[in-house]
Design a protein around this ligand. Structure first.
Ligand code: SF4
Length: 186
């Protein structure tokens, strides 16, 4: 028997700003690229401890990260758009976080998920990095110990906002180069 489909509501993303008429729609290239990019962000989950479990819940059926076009996790930095760092990062692990970031292609974004990734969390000790923004630039911070999946999704939507509205020229700007130089990245 064929499934009943006539009552299923499909929610589509909003069209970017532009001009429409009968049989045509015109918008800026940047708007179209932003729309496509923001709804197909491929995450690189860099999970080291408990916050990673919350991310697993976020990706599973109930919270369903796939709704955002982001079900395609990859552990190959060159194929990913956003690095999600989740968990305690020891100072020994910090160069690895940085190496993974360096291997990602531009444009790339970074989310610090949970108190440990944001600021070291409760581990104010000699061995724990007090926030990943000491080694890589961070775009969105998600607070909590651990943050609930709703908070991770909210952070992800903030990344989508950034991706959607980012100028195509931002990565060539002096401001961006200056930011990377601050981290010793050419
Ligand atoms: S923020 Fe809390 S839950 Fe997340 S990794 Fe640190 S200790 Fe674990």
């Amino acid at each position: 028997m064929r499934p009943v489909t006539h009552n299923i509501k499909i929610k589509q993303v909003e069209a970017p700003a532009g001009f429409s008429g009968e049989g045509f729609f015109a918008t800026k290239l940047a708007e179209a690229v932003g729309l496509a990019r923001s709804n197909s962000i491929w995450p690189l989950p860099f999970a080291t401890s408990c916050c990673g479990i919350e991310f697993m819940a976020t990706a599973a059926a109930h919270y369903d990260l796939a709704r955002f076009g982001s079900e395609r996790m990859a552990f190959t930095p060159r194929q990913c758009d956003v690095m999600m760092v989740m968990g305690t990062i020891s100072k020994k692990m910090a160069p690895v976080v940085r190496q993974v970031y360096l291997q990602m292609a531009e444009p790339r974004w970074v989310m610090a998920v949970g108190a440990c990734a944001c600021s070291g969390g409760i581990f104010d000790s000699f061995s724990v990095l007090q926030g990943i923004d000491q080694v890589v630039p961070v775009d969105v911070y998600v607070p909590g110990c651990p943050p609930r999946p709703e908070a991770i999704l909210d952070g992800f939507m903030r990344i989508q906002d950034l991706v959607k509205t980012e100028s195509l020229r931002r990565r060539y700007s002096d401001e961006y180069k200056h930011l990377l130089e601050g981290y010793g990245i050419q």
